[in-house]
Ligand binder design. Structure first.
Ligand code: NAD
Length: 383
């Protein structure tokens, strides 16, 4: 089958991590007889430089014609002093809103190969894990097109005061909760709504909506947690969580926190969806690693491409319903980690946190070599 994939390489390490991800997709396409047509589009700092705005209209229109969008990352110090509306990150908000992808799925699991890269002790990892094992596997479902990032904002008092607004409608909360519940049904059937209902009115609405929607998902255990407590529980006992559903702002922050527990922010993928019906080809979705453009390491061939490669796997699963292909990519990533291949971010953390001397069995590789290794692992699976 033929598929059109919009590619937004973006800035910093964005193009470096996107290259390996498309190479992996091509290996998958060759094996399964699918053709992926890539439509490369500009957004972010690159687009500001070439046409003066972070999200050119042509980019959004062209993206809408594709079956899925895969993005590297946008932003960087070069554009940091521009006014808010012209910052590269506005491109992300514009794409998410323009494509109507309101639910951002961010899985964060501790792979056994990277256990030593996790900063938590075994006893902490075992705590609250149902099997008592040093492991966690959670999914953060972040609302993506509402809340503080999309509310009214501005300055007053000649620039000496500022405001941002958190607004949520019943419908916005309900639809993201339903995606969370759908995901929970495929997992361990537990869903935690994270908010700040002791202070924020918008959070109190989240609780009301959740209480109503939960009635339809009696097979799922629903719980509630304030965001400050959740931030604490994530490092105290991450194994207690299955699916977390939360607002745009809280999801952004909590998923970065969770990423550190998995070894590196470079490992984690994400999928932004407008609907989720398991086992069916989804509508246009947007896929990207959860990290940013990492200007500090750009151009050095040291960025970890696995988060982007795994975002490609999510694309195969959610937008194209190619479950077998998605699982093959995920297995290939595990194979290269089993073989001891590590980009600098995960090798370094092993050395810092590991309980054993792992450096001898781990081999430092660059961005390109890591991507090539995943391609080879896939080819070997099918040899
Ligand atoms: P960041 O995620 O870019 O980097 C945080 C830290 O993680 C850095 O030390 C970086 O080197 C490291 N890191 C990130 N990705 C990595 C990878 N794949 N491999 C190895 N190490 C990795 O966050 P930041 O420094 O806060 O932001 C940098 C720029 O990215 C800013 O302009 C920010 O606005 C932008 N940003 C973009 C997105 C996006 O495009 N989705 C998301 C977050 C931040």
């Amino acid at each position: 089958m033929d598929y059109a994939i919009a590619l937004v390489p973006g800035d910093g390490i964005g193009p470096e991590v996107l290259g390996p991800a498309t190479e992996v997709l091509d290996v998958v396409g060759d094996h399964y007889g699918h053709v992926f047509h890539y439509v490369e589009l500009e957004a972010g700092g690159k687009a500001i430089d070439s046409c003066g705005e972070p999200l050119p209209r042509e980019t959004l229109e062209a993206a809408k014609q594709c079956d899925a969008l895969l993005l590297g990352a946008v932003g960087g110090p070069k554009w940091d002093t521009l006014p808010g509306q012209l910052r590269p990150e506005r491109a992300l908000l514009g794409l998410r809103a323009g494509l109507g992808v309101f639910a951002n799925l961010r899985p964060a699991a501790l792979l056994p190969q990277l256990k030593d890269a996790c900063p938590l002790k075994d006893e902490v990892l075992c705590r609250s894990n149902p099997q008592g094992k040093p492991h966690f596997d959670l999914l953060i479902v972040r609302e993506l097109t509402g809340g503080l990032y999309f509310g009214a904002r501005g300055r007053g008092n000649e620039g000496k005061s500022a405001f941002d607004t958190e607004t949520y409608s019943w419908e916005e909360i309900e639809r993201v909760l339903r995606i969370g519940y759908t995901a929970a049904r495929l997992r361990r059937k537990r869903l935690c709504v994270v908010d700040k209902a002791n202070v924020l009115e918008s959070s109190r609405l989240w609780r009301e909506v959740a209480a109503a929607v939960a009635q339809e998902y009696q097979d799922i255990e629903t719980s509630y947690l304030y965001v400050d407590n959740c931030a604490m529980q994530l490092i105290r006992a991450p194994g207690q969580f299955d699916v977390i559903v939360t607002s745009n702002l809280f999801g952004d922050i909590l998923s970065d926190e969770a990423s550190v527990l998995t070894g590196s922010i470079g490992m984690l993928p994400s999928a932004s969806l407008s609907s989720f019906v398991p086992g069916h080809k989804g509508p246009m979705g947007m896929y990207e690693p959860i990290h940013g453009s990492a200007p500090d390491i750009a151009g050095q061939d040291i960025a970890n491409p696995l988060g982007t490669i795994l975002s490609g796997a999510m694309l195969l699963r959610y937008s194209f319903n190619l479950e077998e292909a998605a699982a093959a990519v995920e297995a290939a990533v595990q194979t290269v980690l089993d073989a001891g291949l590590r980009t600098k971010d995960i090798l370094n953390r092993s050395a810092v946190y590991g309980t054993e001397k792992k450096e001898k069995t781990e081999k430092l590789v660059g961005t390109k070599a890591m991507g090539e290794a995943v391609c080879r692992a896939l080819a070997q699976t099918w040899a």
